[in-house]
Every structure is written in C-alpha cells, then in structure tokens.
Design a binder for this molecule. Structure first.
Ligand SMILES: [Cu+2]
Length: 108
C-alpha cells in the first residue's frame, strides 16, 4: 500500500514538473569545413542542441574545443557532431591547422 501511494506521488510530481517546464526542442546545426576554414557559426545554438561539422575539404581536420568539451578528427567527406552541454562562448580549432579557428555562442 505504501509503495503504491509513493509511486502515485512520483507520477504526479513528474506530470507537474513537465507541465511547469516543458523540455525545449533540440535543434541540429551544421558547419561546413572548406578551404582550410570553418564555416560561420550558426546563430541560435542552445544547450541540448547538436552541432555537426561537415568536412568538405580534401584534408583531415579536427574539431577541438579549447575547453576540451569536444575533440574529434573529421576525415575528408565525413561528418562529426557534438551536443552542447553548457552555455557560453566556446572557442575551437583544428589541431592540425591552428590557423583554423571557430567560435560557438551557446545560449541557455
Ligand atoms: Cu585542419
């Protein structure tokens, strides 16, 4: 009996919580890598959204965040994507071509 009412209480709490703060819809943004450069950072990225890098160059690049929140190599013709977990300015670069730099502005 106790466990049933405890479960009912949990359900009510879950319903109340989701009604009070509906989960925002996650979006997907794309950045093209071309001619040894990252494409312009898309506007409107928020926590929970995913950013995809699409390497259209003929060289291997990396997508390496300065704060180490993401780091991956991207082969020519390949894509890599990361979900943003914190708000703020995230600077990133290609560790093979340090002149390749980008900035993401992630909102809450
Ligand atoms: Cu590179």
């Amino acid at each position: 009996m106790t466990s049933i009412s405890a479960r009912a209480g949990f359900c009510l709490l879950a319903i109340f919580t989701s009604a009070a703060a509906p989960a925002p819809t996650a979006h997907r943004f794309r950045i093209v890598i071309q001619d040894l450069a990252f494409g312009a950072a898309p506007a409107g990225i928020r926590v929970g959204d995913t950013v995809e890098w699409d390497n259209q160059d003929i060289l291997v690049h990396s997508v390496t965040a300065q704060d180490q929140s993401f780091d991956a190599d991207v082969k020519p013709g390949a894509k890599v994507s990361f979900t943003m977990h914190r708000a703020g300015v995230i600077r990133y670069l290609c560790k093979y071509h340090p002149g390749m730099q980008g900035i993401l502005n992630v909102g809450e």
